[in-house]
Ligand binder design. Sequence first.
Ligand SMILES: [Fe+2]
Length: 298
Amino acid sequence: MGISTQSGGCLVDQISYQAWKKSKLQSYPQSVEELRVEIGGLVNLSDTEKAAIMVVCKRSNMAIYSCRDDFVDRAAIRTFAANFGLVTIDHHLCANADGVSELMVASEGARTGYVPYSSRGLSWHTDGYYNEKTRQIKAVVLHCAHDAVTGGQNALLDPEIAYICLRDEDPRFITAFEHPECMTIPANIGVEGEIRPEVSGPVFSYHTDGRIHMRYSARKKNIQWRDDDLTRAARSFLSEILDDDNGPAFLFRLQPGEGLISNNVLHNRTAFEDGPGHQRLLYRARFFDLIRASVNRP
Ligand SMILES: [Fe+2]
């Protein structure tokens, strides 16, 4: 899953890059069906089920599980996540006290100001792209408790595949996306003052084990990109990849009992429509840990 990188990425080491790319593409799933793993229950995952999810995550930084639980609560999400070393949760603004968010259409309160708590579509992004450097979201669990009447489909892309596409098109795109001031998110100012300061950072950075971390938003508003021709060209090329109907992204609409566990892969969401007694509800937990085969039982 890893790539040998140094400061400035692995551009200096073309041989390592080619070997890593070959191995990555050989094992990368060819269809969304290959991401799927059937499990019994979230809170009593067997070693076999856990290993099956790990295998898929190692290939694509994500897996889609399908569980047979009749009822799942927020605690179950955390128990499930802990099987994969996901324990340091992001207690962000709209999350519950336990750090797990309930993504559903909000009609009142602070959540009404944020698109995830509406039925509108969400453009391509990685979660927490507005977080400061020390609080980057490394992994996310998204569990579907109820689906919408229509819509709410996700597109998913492993950032390592995006990296390969960009680098093979023009290695300078990687350099542009590694710039520490590549993407700036203005401060979030609420009625009572600043909620979050302005945050600048790269699109591509590297975890301590060399794996690629991606921070991205395709939002047209509230993002300031570095004013540079290569950055513009890199963004344009990335948009082409992401929006290509025949591109590498996987399309999937989570059904009740299904969920996505990922190392914060690129994703979007189509708009959706709820109906009477039929309100879309997804649980979401964001972590500062990467997925790993945890030695500790939750
Ligand atoms: Fe998201």
